[in-house]
Design a protein around this ligand. Structure first.
Ligand code: FAD
Length: 472
């Protein structure tokens, strides 16, 4: 038999259900394929950084697969539709008996797979739920519907999870009849963007990072995770986003290092598991409410809000030139690393929507275009949470004060000074309001004065949300 594994959002050989299954028959010839779709990626605002990260990890994957005797073929076509066409032709040409792949849950990805399944194929198709601990539509309330509040979802999720089989699969063993490709051709064209050293390439590096986090940092996660100046979180999101690591691997490693985690909901380790469950929640929501994939808010009346369309305000936010140090430092972190600390994602998102009154979709799009860990589910979920347009979101009248947030989570201004060297000279107790200090001391700072007055901005936003609600 000849088996074809189609790699998409699962760029790893360990704990990969589709790959594992394709290799179960020791006699089978196994071939792998990856299809690059630049036009589609652009439509999805996939960041050049994530594409470069995919590329680097794909090289590592190709090497690991080659060692197993499985060649990886890479093809570039414009979009999803063309990928189906090409795949069908390729499978026919190669006389493939069975195709194996892991499900992707976003709407366009789902439609692409439907297109393949519903056409007449010369091969069998085996599809797996692999990217989540529990598949979408499997955690439902008593009415058989998706939960719209996180806490009851988590309760149900945990009780189902503990009853489920979440063991991680081994990487397949070397094929007896290995296929060797002559040479390693370039995979696909892309901008070769440098990846920050905190995100080393490949699944062994990712597993190493996971192990170290679970061993050394999970315990203090609950406290450390809110302080951007320290590395208190796992920094594993880029790997989970493109499937270099699976959530089962995360959970199993957490359990190895913290065997009683499930019995101690107040522990740091449990707090980390909770974040993994948020990840699941947002994927489950995408499938239950596909309009979330179409730029729609969950709360319909928020469509009636009249947003501020000033491109100068949006640009200042993007560049980290708002005059609010914590916001600007965070945006510079994003622009430099393609990653931003979770607390700061909440602060910057709130600032864009509630201080600048700019449509959250502008921020969602900009994040996607920058993030190395961008995923539609978590990014849309995070933005709709911050904008108060989403499911179980922050209430619309709750508005972060960016200065207070800065004082609370970066009290000494360590993070701010790292990313805003122009504030180096400002003393600790003034770092969150540097312009006041500069004025008092007659110093000229190479740093903008605040583009909005938070107090006034807050009132403007409350009015705009109220008016939108009334108008709907
Ligand atoms: P850790 O704190 O170590 O958490 C472990 C893992 O859990 C993460 O790697 C991630 O996969 C998952 N996770 C953690 N927090 C969340 C969360 N709130 N929602 C969903 N999953 C979570 N996360 C993304 O993976 N991709 C995105 O595009 C994304 N966009 C966001 C946009 C906004 C406005 C907000 C507020 C949050 C967003 N998040 C996103 C969630 C979160 O900020 C990141 O997952 C986290 O900062 C990644 O760092 P880490 O790997 O060190 O996380």
């Amino acid at each position: 038999a000849k088996h074809l594994v189609w790699f998409r959002g699962d760029l790893r050989i360990t704990d990969n259900k589709a790959l594992f299954s394709a290799c179960t028959d020791p006699e089978a010839d196994v071939l792998a394929v990856f299809i690059a779709t630049p036009e589609q990626w652009q439509k999805h605002d996939t960041s050049p950084r994530q594409i470069a990260f995919i590329h680097k990890n794909l090289i590592a994957l190709r090497e690991s697969l080659a060692q197993l005797g499985i060649p990886l073929v890479c093809q570039t076509v414009p979009n999803f539709s063309a990928s189906i066409q090409w795949l069908s032709d390729f499978a026919q040409q190669q006389q493939i008996d069975a195709l194996f792949f892991n499900r992707q849950y976003e709407l366009n990805e789902y439609k692409r797979d439907r297109q393949l399944i519903s056409q007449e194929n010369s091969f069998q198709i085996h599809i797996f739920d692999d990217a989540l601990l529990l598949p979408p539509k499997s955690v439902l309330n008593q009415k058989g519907e998706m939960y719209q509040v996180y806490t009851p979802f988590r309760r149900a999720f945990l009780s189902q999870l503990t009853a489920s089989d979440f063991h991680s699969l081994q990487a397949p063993t070397k094929r007896a009849n290995a296929i060797i490709l002559e040479e390693n051709e370039p995979l696909f064209e892309h901008d070769d963007i440098e990846i920050a050293a905190c995100f080393p390439v490949g699944e062994s590096a990712a597993r190493q990072k996971l192990r170290q986090f679970c061993r050394e940092k999970a315990e203090n996660y609950q406290i450390d995770r809110d302080i951007p100046a320290i590395e208190g979180t796992s920094l594993l999101s880029p790997y989970l986003a493109i499937g270099v690591l699976s959530p089962r691997q995360c959970l199993n490693r957490l359990l190895v290092e913290n065997p009683n985690v499930l019995d101690f909901p107040d522990s740091g380790a449990f707090c980390w598991l909770n974040e993994l469950i948020w990840r699941e929640f947002y994927y489950h929501l995408l499938v239950a409410f596909p309009h979330l994939c179409r730029d729609k808010p969950f709360i319909a009346w928020t469509n009636y809000i009249h947003w501020n369309t000033s491109s100068a305000d949006l640009e200042a936010w993007k560049k980290g030139l708002t005059g609010y140090p914590i916001v600007d430092a965070a945006m510079r972190q994003l622009n430099t690393l393609g990653w931003m600390h979770n607390r700061l994602r909440m602060i910057t998102a709130s600032f864009l929507v509630k201080d600048l009154l700019i449509d959250w979709r502008q921020g969602e799009q900009y994040f996607m275009q920058q993030l190395i860990d961008g995923t539609l589910a978590a990014n849309n979920g995070g933005w709709q949470w911050s904008a108060s347009t989403g499911i179980d979101a922050s209430p619309w009248f709750r508005i972060f004060n960016p200065t207070t947030q800065g004082k609370k989570f970066d009290p000494q201004g360590e993070f701010i000074r790292h990313w805003l060297p122009e504030l180096q000279a400002v003393p600790n107790d003034c770092i969150h309001t540097p312009h006041e200090w500069a004025e008092k001391n007659q110093v000229v700072l190479a740093y903008p004065t605040p583009i909005v007055d938070h107090k006034l901005a807050r009132l403007r936003t409350l009015e705009a949300f109220e008016a939108g609600k009334k108008e709907s």
